[in-house]
Design a protein around this ligand. Sequence first.
Ligand code: OAD
Ligand code: ZN
Length: 274
Amino acid sequence: MSIDQEIERAAAILAKASNAAASCGAGISAESGIPTFRDPGGVWERVDPSEAATSEGLIATLKRDPQKLLGFFTELLDTFERAEPNPAHYALKELEHMGILKTVVTQNIDNLHLEAGNTDVIEVHGNSFRMRCLSCAWDGDYSRKELISEIKQKLSSADSFTFSDIVELMPKCEGCGSVTRPDVVMFGEQVKDIPRSFAAARKCDVMLAIGTSGVVYPAAYLPFQAKDAGARVIVINPNENAFQSVTDVYIPLKAGEAMERIVEEVKKIVLDKK
Ligand code: OAD
Ligand code: ZN
C-alpha cells in the first residue's frame, strides 16, 4: 500500500474515533530542533548515560569534573530555549479539539504538548520546567523561556563551575528555601503516572504511536496494551521500531508531515458527513 493510502486509512480510522490516545517519544519533537536519543547524532552518542542519566552518575561526574558536561548543558539550554511546538504537536491539539483524541502520553520532558494546547498530557518521564524540592514535598511549574533565561544569566555571570555553583543555578524551593532539581525521571528512578497511562491505553479506541523507538519500558508497553484491549494502532515513524507486531497502519514519515496530512484528511471526512 502507498503512503497516501496509509494516510487515508489512518484518517478513516481516526474520523470514527472518540477516545483516541497518543503515545509520543523524542521523534515528535525532532522537528522542533530537539535531538532524539538513539538516532545518528542523538543524545546517547554525545554523552554517556552512566555519567549523565542516573542521578548518582550525574552527581559523581559533576563533582569529579564539572566542566565535562558544561558544553552539553549549554547546548541543551539553547535547544530547549529555541524550540517551539511543531505541526505534529498542533495536529494532536486539533484532534483533541475535534473530540477525537482524549489523552497524550509522552516520554518527552520539553513541555511542548502542553504549549501546543493539549489538556490531558501525561508526562511519564517528567517535565524539565517543573522543579521539585529535595527537602520537602513542594514542586512548582516555571515558564520554559523564563527559567532558561534565568539559568543562562546565572551561568554567564558565574566565575567558576563547581558542583555547588551548578546547584545554585536552580531556583530555590518556594516552601522551605532548600535546593531543587528538575522533576524529570532519570535512569533507575520511578516512572510517573503509569497506572493512569495504562488505563488510557486500555480504554482508547485508537492508539497513535508517534516518534518513539519503543525500547524504553514501561512506556513502550502502551501500544501493546492498547492493541490487547482492542484498539487500532497507528504508528508514525520514518524508521523501524519495536511496534511492528501490533501495527495496523504504518506511516513511515516525519511526524509533522504525517500528522498534518492525516488531520487534513480527517477534516475532509468529517465535513463530508455534515
Ligand atoms: P529514541 O531516541 O529511542 O527514538 C526516537 C524515535 O523517533 C526513533 O524511532 C526515530 O526513528 C524516530 N524519529 C526520528 N525523527 C523523527 C521524526 N521527525 N518524526 C517521527 N519520528 C522520528 O527516543 P524515545 O523512544 O523517546 O528516557 O526514547 C525513550 C526514552 O529514551 C526517553 O524518554 C529517554 C531515553 O532514555 C529517559 O531519559 C528516562
Ligand atoms: Zn522545600
